[in-house]
Design a protein around this ligand. Structure first.
Ligand code: COA
Length: 156
C-alpha cells in the first residue's frame, strides 16, 4: 500500500475525539497524558475521517518545545505516517516561536531513535537509569533492557 495522505489538525483538549488509545501506545500513564494534554497542544492525523495518528507539543522552557507523545495506529505503522507527524511537529514548533525542539525515548527504542534522527534530531544527553528509577517493571524491547532515557534535540 502506498503512503496514506493524512490531514493533520490541531484539536482542543476537551475534544471528543481525543485519541487515548493512540496516546497510550506511547505512554501508559493516563495521569501523565492528562497532565500534558491540559498544558500542551494536541494534533491529530486523519485518514478518511479516521484518526490514525497523534502528537502532543508542550512548552517546557523559554523558546523550547518538546514532543511529549507521538503515535500511529498499528494498522498504519511503517508507511511513513510517523515521519510525517514528526516533520509536522517540527513545523508547528517553529510557528509557535520555539528555537529548540526536543524529544526523548528509551535506549532500546531502536525504531524511534532511527525515526527521530532521520527527521534531523541529534542526541543531546542521556539520563542514565531513568526507566529503572521511574518504572516498577523491567522493560525489554528488541531484546535490550530499557534503562536510559535518550534525549534528542534540534535547533529550529
Ligand atoms: N533502522 C533504521 N530505520 C528504521 C528502523 C530501523 N530499525 N525502524 C524504522 N526505521 C525508519 C523507517 O525506515 C522510516 O524511515 P524512512 O522514511 O527514511 O524509510 C522511519 O524510521 C519512520 O518510519 P514511519 O513509517 O514513518 O513510522 P511509523 O508510522 O511506523 O511511526 C512510531 C513510528 C514510533 C510513531 C510508531 O511505531 C508508534 O506509534 N509506536 C508506538 C508509540 C511510540 O512508541 N511512540 C514513541 C514514543 S517515544
Amino acid at each position: 500500500m502506498s503512503k496514506p495522505e493524512i490531514n493533520i489538525q490541531k484539536i482542543d483538549n476537551e475534544h471528543e475525539i481525543l485519541p487515548y488509545e493512540l496516546l497510550y501506545l506511547a505512554d501508559p500513564s493516563r495521569e501523565s497524558i492528562d497532565d500534558y494534554l491540559a498544558r500542551g497542544h494536541c494534533y491529530v492525523g486523519f485518514f478518511d475521517q479516521r484518526v490514525i495518528g497523534v502528537y502532543v507539543l508542550l512548552d517546557t522552557r523559554p523558546h523550547t518545545i518538546e514532543i511529549v507523545n507521538v503515535a500511529v495506529d498499528p494498522e498504519f505503522q511503517n508507511k511513513g505516517i510517523g515521519k510525517c507527524l514528526v516533520m509536522d511537529a517540527i513545523k508547528q514548533a517553529k510557528q509557535l516561536g520555539a528555537k529548540t525542539i526536543e524529544i526523548g525515548t528509551g535506549n532500546s527504542s531502536i525504531q524511534q531513535l532511527a525515526l527521530y534522527q532521520k527527521c534531523g534530531f541529534r542526541v543531546q544527553s542521556i539520563d542514565h537509569d531513568y526507566f529503572v528509577r521511574h518504572y516498577a517493571e523491567e522493560i525489554f524491547e528488541s531484546g535490550i533492557r530499557c534503562r536510559d532515557m535518550v534525549r534528542l534535540s534540534m535547533d529550529l
